[in-house]
Design a protein. Structure first.
Length: 395
């Protein structure tokens, strides 16, 4: 019998209805902020741990009747569980989301399970900390340097054009149109910038002057390349290029000491294989990937056909290469055994995992759904015996 699937991308579409609209979620946010103020205060002071925070948010969601409010609360609980590696807790919340939030697509729930940036709980913490009095106790960190104590959050062009730009630390302009380079000038202290779905064809040069920038979203824009000037963003930790036309990992990222999270889902990323003058084959994709010290790399639905045999950063915890053209996993790729989660979902050419995968026993989640392996009962039994019962296998 197939194991229960805890990642929503592996679930069938839900029954008729619509998940809360963006407008409904924005309208619900003030009330949710008020509802969660005490919980967040305890998280910030260290009185409450992430797992306890997730349980508290879940308890509020069970009592809530508003669909938008319930969605925000469950979203926060789900992400907290995933960050702590609590797969069982995440499954409980995912089940609740499936039952209560109608119209949530498989891809949306999958992203909620795995995406850890620009999310509800971090935004809540940031906004509540900015309003809270200074505390002598330790700050609560979801990830190092994630929580900021001051600064302004701006969510529209109109608001941006009226405010003191030197005080803006978070600028979320997703979906905004007619953004000009002038609009982004003077943001000397910005740490988070979201320009997703704005229609920009290239990254404005002024972005590369944002010396404090840590998180940058450029998803679903017709951008074809990332200039090497990105190496100037020495504080950058996160880059989202999902749905762009970028076909190679930006080499400039290899010069950034803190960079650890890259998303390139749905891009034309490929191996870039070529043969040099000596007749040796090279893959810019593999070579650049091995030069990065990534913790998370998402390259779902791209054109890559291979994974590194060795040399990948020992820091990597999560890898998603689902829907790619990968047909085999290098037997010597021992680095896979150090991961927390790995997804091959939708890899139509992947028929078998390497013979020796005993070293994968510490991997919490292996997603093999919608692959030839998923239909091979003998192969699934072999994998289960090799990795043990502590690993969740999705097929």
């Amino acid at each position: 019998m197939k194991r229960l699937m805890i990642v929503a991308g592996l679930c069938a579409a839900f029954c008729a209805g619509a998940m809360p609209t963006k407008e409904a979620l924005e309208a619900a946010r003030p009330r949710v902020l008020e509802m969660t103020a005490e919980i967040l205060d305890k998280l910030i002071s260290g009185e409450l741990k992430p797992g306890g925070g997730a349980e508290a948010l879940f308890a509020l969601a069970e009592k809530e009747t508003g669909e938008a409010e319930k969605f925000l609360l469950l979203n926060g609980a789900l992400r907290l569980h995933m960050r702590g590696g609590d797969i069982a807790g995440a499954k409980v919340v995912a089940d609740k989301l499936r039952a209560d939030i109608k119209g949530l697509t498989a891809e949306q729930l999958n992203d909620m399970m795995l995406e850890e940036s620009n999310n509800f709980i971090s935004t809540l913490l940031n906004e509540n900390v900015a309003k809270a009095p200074e505390k002598n106790g330790p700050k609560w960190h979801v990830r190092k340097s994630r929580l900021e104590r001051s600064g302004l959050t701006v969510t529209s062009l109109d608001e941006l054009r009226k405010c003191d730009r030197s005080k803006v630390e978070r600028l979320y302009l997703r979906g905004a149109k007619n953004i000009t380079a002038q609009d982004l000038e003077g943001l000397t202290n910005i740490r988070a910038l979201d320009l997703s779905e704005t229609g920009i064809e290239e990254i404005p040069s002024c972005v590369f002057k944002m010396k404090n920038l840590r998180w940058l979203w450029l998803a679903r824009n017709p951008i074809k390349m990332v200039a090497d000037d990105i190496r100037e963003l020495r504080c950058l930790q996160y880059l989202n290029l999902d749905g762009t036309q970028v076909d190679k990992i930006p080499v400039g990222l290899t010069h950034l000491p803190s960079f650890h999270y890259l998303r390139m889902n749905g891009t034309p990323l490929d191996d870039g294989m070529y043969t040099d003058a000596k007749g040796e084959k090279h893959s810019p994709f593999i070579e650049t990937l091995c030069c990065l010290k990534l913790k998370r790399f998402y390259a779902r639905n791209t054109k890559i056909t291979m994974l590194p045999r060795a040399g990948l950063s020992g820091q990597m915890t999560d890898l998603d290469v689902g829907g790619t053209l990968i047909s085999e996993i290098p037997p010597e790729a021992e680095w896979i055994g150090r991961l927390r989660t790995i997804s091959f979902a939708g890899c139509k050419k992947l028929k078998r995992l390497p013979e020796n995968i005993d070293g994968w026993s510490k991997v919490l989640l292996i997603d093999l759904s919608d692959t030839p392996i998923a239909k091979d009962k003998d192969e699934i039994v072999r994998i289960r015996r090799a990795v043990g019962d502590k690993t969740t296998i999705i097929y």
